[in-house]
Write a protein that binds this ligand. Structure first.
Ligand SMILES: Nc1nc2c(c(=O)[nH]1)N[C@H]1C(S)=C(S)[C@@H](COP(=O)(O)OP(=O)(O)OC[C@H]3O[C@@H](n4cnc5c(=O)[nH]c(N)nc54)[C@H](O)[C@@H]3O)O[C@H]1N2
Ligand SMILES: Nc1nc2c(c(=O)[nH]1)N[C@H]1C(S)=C(S)[C@@H](COP(=O)(O)OP(=O)(O)OC[C@H]3O[C@@H](n4cnc5c(=O)[nH]c(N)nc54)[C@H](O)[C@@H]3O)O[C@H]1N2
Ligand code: SF4
Ligand SMILES: [Mo]
Length: 692
């Protein structure tokens, strides 16, 4: 392996663990055994390229925050109380009580009444996914993870058949970059580094498709602003022009795609004027986009998650992702598309996740439907037992999950035992019976793969754990011992798990990857560009999707890219569409505790077109009430002309107590599963707005 890129004496190499496609290679200034100073991006890594986001550059604020949880706590006040409602207890007491509660639930209601609940607060595979090993070893309810990637995955896989694409570093050699339904200036800043290179060295243009003028859209040469949930219509209008004006690469389509003839016939009447009627994007802008895209060989399409967070989001993804298969942009350096690279790594997760103990007969509960599930919805529970005990790591559902009103009702249940392992007393931790203090990535070892690039990284702890904080792996081992859960993974250290996983997957050892800092798993050009065939058995890009392979609600899905009617359309009572997009300075529910991020975000705000404000009789800065059948909440309005009058943006995710009535924006978001395989629909919400 190439030798490591040395870093200065008191700096240590690490990897950003947060839930972000960039998975930046970091360098941490180590001031002592327990304190860090500055955090910077690794210059020597050609994806990170020395750039990281502002919130992680300020990580010392989070790492050394006075509110970090320091000791295990037992709740002595009512559920949902603040710090005063908890009393410190020893680790042994906390673990014994938790194990007892899980045993009690399993004895009375069966093991499926216990739901280990997790997500990606850390993206490290050992600390994130180790909870699966406990679950499988104990026969606890499985989790169907739907809160983030399910809809986007469905649409991409329907077309490509494999989750990989053009190397992000090729963006620098593109002549046109299209960022569709993502806001990397906020959510993945490194994309902008590679865009900037292309602009500087090649004069490349940047097109952005987003329902509001985001930081990314501000930098665009052309910004298309569709109504939320109408991207398929927009893509169809573009396809119409590509076919009608000779931009379709018929030789490419014949070799590499299936269904091109049917698609061409299908879009013959999907004129830009038709697309304008559905999406609100002017026909002239659709033509301009299509002509530039069609005429540019090196056209790089960066597809985000955002536009798929709608009930019809999988079909939107399938439609937008089909564009380079029409023009043949895939053939060219800097051309093609990138959604995510996750399938290139090929890691054997048996030991980390205890997959040898996984029993497919055990029920799987939909993560995004935690509200309905905890409140006893039969659509989810069927004849199975209620959930009586939750063990939570790496996520904050009381804040981030849909239908927050039901989530809160569920967590308030007196008969529900909750243990939360956390770094901070989050909205979820406040609902716990037992709270356990967790290490940060700077205090434990882990292994990281990435969605946005091709590096695998192994990182060691940089400082000693704060106070009595313990890693997820340590807690799982301790619980396993008390519960009688047996698996070789529980006998291993974090480092042994990393090493086992790497060796079982054909990589060099943990020590070797760590010494080299990262390992580039990038496929060669032909493979990355699918010139050896797409991921389906026939090797073709599927314009005509076989949704039966993707999810149970396949029969609702149109095979060819189509503007699916199934989304929360505005009505007379609810004339606005809410997009609860990520804010720049928070990362999901993380960093909401840091003063630097709080100062930059201000307060929960509805960004509304001046005409919309006038229509409801409110002015800039006014308090407004947003609502639908799920409830209502108050935020401050801000006049903003970078959005259609019917679209409203509330950047998120604020803690519940940032709102006057103590419940956050996801109160309004539906827990309906998106089509066809589920998936949370965070940006798919019709609402009414009134002056408050
Ligand atoms: N309105 C709205 N809601 C959304 C979204 C949106 O765009 N709009 N986005 C959705 C998406 S895409 C996602 S992925 C979810 C994510 O939502 P969350 O899963 O809540 O996201 P995070 O803030 O990344 O992480 C959650 C918690 O993990 C904790 N944590 C970090 N590292 C560790 C560790 O090593 N051990 C333990 N025990 N805990 C740790 C952090 O302190 C943090 O509180 O939110 C979803 N909710
Ligand atoms: N600062 C910051 N960074 C983050 C996060 C964060 O919360 N804050 N979250 C992290 C996580 S967990 C994830 S999954 C990624 C997500 O990062 P992205 O891929 O960027 O996806 P989203 O965050 O869901 O939303 C991105 C954009 O989609 C737009 N959008 C919403 N509806 C539509 C639509 O119908 N059509 C189109 N064209 N666009 C639409 C929104 O306006 C928003 O600007 O970011 C990660 N990085
Ligand atoms: S851009 Fe993403 S991966 Fe990089 S430091 Fe920020 S949160 Fe971490
Ligand atoms: Mo996410």
């Amino acid at each position: 392996m190439p030798d490591s890129s040395p870093i200065a004496e008191n700096w240590r190499a690490s990897t950003c663990p947060h839930d972000c496609p960039s998975v930046c290679a970091l360098e941490i200034e180590r001031l002592s055994e327990t304190r860090i100073g500055k955090v910077r991006g690794a210059e020597a890594n050609d994806y990170t390229a020395g750039v990281i986001c502002a919130k992680v550059a300020r990580y010392a604020e989070r790492q050394h925050h006075p509110d970090r949880l320091s000791v295990p706590l037992r709740r002595i006040g009512p559920k949902g109380c603040g710090r005063d409602g908890f009393a410190p207890i020893s680790w042994d007491e906390a673990l014994d009580e938790t194990a007892e509660a899980l045993k009690r639930a399993a004895a009375a209601f069966g093991p499926e009444s216990v739901w280990p609940y997790f997500y990606a607060g850390t993206m490290g595979l050992v600390q994130r996914d180790g909870i699966e090993r406990l679950r499988h070893a104990m026969g606890y309810s499985r989790q169907y993870s739907t809160i983030c990637i399910t809809l986007a995955d469905a649409g991409w896989l329907a077309g490509a058949g494999a989750k990989r694409g053009t190397d992000a570093r090729e963006m620098a050699r593109a002549d046109l970059i299209v960022i569709w339904g993502a806001n990397p200036v906020s959510t993945q800043v490194n994309v902008m580094t590679h865009v900037a290179r292309a602009r500087k060295t090649r004069g490349a243009r940047l097109f952005v498709v987003d329902p509001y003028r985001t930081g990314t859209a501000q930098q665009a040469d052309l910004h298309l602003m569709p109504r939320p949930g109408t991207d398929a219509a927009l893509a169809l209008g573009i396809m119409h022009v590509l076919f009608a004006e000779g931009f379709a690469d018929r030789d490419y389509m014949a070799r590499y795609t299936a269904g091109a003839g049917e698609l061409e016939a299908h879009v013959a009447d999907k004129t830009p004027e038709w697309a304008e009627g559905v999406s609100g994007v002017p026909a002239a802008a659709i033509r301009e986009f299509a002509r530039a895209y069609g005429a540019t060989k090196r056209a790089f399409l960066r597809l985000g998650y955002g536009f798929a967070r709608h009930r019809n989001g999988a079909s939107s993804m399938h439609a937008a992702a089909s564009l380079p298969a029409i023009t043949g942009a895939w053939r060219h350096e800097g051309g093609g598309a990138l959604y995510a690279q996750s399938s290139i790594y090929g890691l054997d997760k048996t030991m980390i996740e205890g997959l040898d103990r996984r029993d497919a007969r055990v029920r799987a509960l939909d993560q995004s439907r935690i509200g309905p599930i905890l409140t006893g919805d039969k659509r989810d529970l069927g004849d199975g037992p209620p959930v009586k005990a939750l063990f939570v790591q790496n996520t904050n559902p009381m804040n981030v999950a849909p239908e927050l009103g039901k989530v809160r009702d569920g967590f308030r249940r007196e008969d529900l035992f909750v243990c939360v392992h956390e770094q901070f007393l989050t909205d979820t931790a406040r609902m716990a019976d037992i709270v356990l203090p967790a290490t940060t990535f700077l205090e434990h070892d882990d292994i990281y793969q990435a969605g946005g690039h091709t590096y695998l990284q192994v990182a060691k702890k940089v400082v000693e754990p704060y106070a009595q904080c313990r890693s997820n792996h340590w807690v799982l081992r301790e619980l396993a011992r008390r519960l009688g859960a047996r698996h070789p993974g529980f006998e291993m250290s974090e480092w042994e798990l990393i090493d086992w996983t790497l060796k079982a997957s054909g990589y060099p050892s943990a020590d070797a990857v760590h010494a080299a800092r990262w390992y580039d798993k990038a496929p060669d050009f032909a493979r990355a560009h699918f010139l050896e065939g797409f991921g389906h058995p026939d090797g073709k890009w599927h314009f005509k999707a076989d949704w039966t392979k993707i999810g149970p609600a396949w029969s609702a899905m149109p095979a060819l890219p189509t503007q699916m009617d199934a989304y929360d359309k505005p009505t007379q009572e609810k004339p606005f569409r809410l997009v609860a997009a990520p804010s720049r300075s928070y990362l999901n529910s993380s960093f909401t505790e840091t003063p630097g991020s709080q100062a930059r975000e201000g307060r929960p705000t509805a960004m509304m077109h001046p005409a919309a404000l006038a229509r409801i009789g409110a002015i800039d800065g006014a308090r407004v009430r947003l609502g639908n059948e799920k409830g209502s909440l108050v935020v401050h309005a801000k006049a903003f002309d970078g959005v259609l009058p019917e679209t409203v943006i509330v950047e998120s995710i604020w803690p519940n107590d940032a709102f006057e009535e103590g419940i956050g924006i996801n109160l309004l978001v539906s827990a309906d599963p998106g089509f066809p395989a589920g998936g949370a629909v965070f940006h798919d919400t019709a609402i009414w707005i009134r002056p408050a």
